[in-house]
Ligand binder design. Structure first.
Ligand SMILES: [Zn+2]
Length: 310
């Protein structure tokens, strides 16, 4: 009798244990699921946040650029369309140039460094950079913004006359505007080409070279960028990113950091395209430029610009 009661009691205990185990397992499963959902959400948020930080860094004085961009947009939409159509109907045959730019890292003529400066011209920074480049007799490449060329046409002229290569970095540098569509990218390119021509006194200069703000690949606008890469190519325009950088647009506050970043990103390559900035607040760029030049010279690099590819 006692034994039977004992057995029934044990069975009951066992059933209760099974039920508790099931409940605990279910609760744990819910916690894990909620955890995964929250983690993915925060990961996405941090990716977007970091993309925005890059945008701000690259834009320099982004507010100024943005407001100028909007003011001009309404006035010149018709002109932009016309110039896009003109460019498309001409269909310049720049296959050789595009291929030379695409093969910039495959040169076999010894070590080559292409110094490039983005987001200018500005009166605060660009003339100092030009003075230093003159001193060392180095020809560089400037990826200029349409908004800034309008403000500083004389500085652009000085860059051009000194033998530097003028290339195109778009008009607004505002990601939400330029990456609205592939057509918007081409329109910003064409608009900036026109402003460059005006600043040079009405020449028919064409750079045929674009640098995507924030880089040509990846990020939240990759789909548009992919279409734009194709569209630019169809219109005879090459695009170029960079292989090394000093982090002068953010992340480097001292000369030592600038040189260390350069050392790390040179990556032992013989052909390097180095990203720097001449936006108005990039005093550090000209303050450290002589050290950058001397370091590259010590490493055996010769300085080239895009004219050397033509
Ligand atoms: Zn930029």
């Amino acid at each position: 009798m006692y034994r039977q009661i004992e057995i029934v009691g044990m069975r009951k205990n066992r059933d209760v244990k099974i039920v508790i185990t099931i409940i605990i397992t279910a609760i744990l499963a819910i916690i894990v699921c909620v955890g995964i959902i929250l983690y993915n959400k925060s990961k996405l948020a941090s990716q977007v946040a970091s993309a925005n930080i890059v945008e701000e860094q690259m834009a320099g004085n982004s507010e100024n650029v943005e407001s100028t961009g909007n003011d001009e947009k309404s006035k010149t939409t018709a002109g932009e369309k016309e110039s896009t159509e003109a460019q498309q109907s001409q269909k310049p045959d720049n296959k050789e140039f595009i291929s030379a730019v695409e093969n910039i890292y495959n040169g076999e003529e010894g070590k080559r460094a292409f110094l490039t400066f983005d987001d200018g011209p500005t009166e605060e920074v660009t003339p100092h950079i030009l003075d230093i480049l003159d001193k060392y007799n180095i020809k560089a490449t400037f990826f200029v913004l349409g908004t800034r060329v309008k403000q500083n046409p004389d500085i652009l002229k000085r860059e051009f006359e000194a033998g530097h290569y003028i290339a195109n970095h778009g008009y607004s540098h505002k990601y939400s505007a330029i990456y609205k569509s592939a057509d918007a990218v081409l329109e910003e390119y064409n608009k900036t080409e026109k402003i460059i021509q005006e600043a040079l006194g009405g020449t028919n200069y064409t750079s045929n070279l674009f640098r995507f703000p924030g880089g040509s690949h990846g990020g939240p606008y990759e789909k548009i960028k992919k279409e734009a890469r194709q569209k630019l190519k169809e219109n005879g325009v090459a695009y170029l990113d960079w292989s090394a950088l000093t982090y002068d647009a953010g992340g480097a506050d001292t000369k030592e950091e600038i040189i260390n970043n350069l050392k790390k990103t040179l990556n032992g390559w013989d052909n390097v395209v180095i990203l720097m900035h001449d936006a108005a607040d990039k005093k550090i760029t000209y303050e450290t430029l002589e050290d950058v030049i001397k370091y590259l010279q010590e490493q055996g690099y010769a300085f080239k610009n895009i004219y050397d590819l033509k």
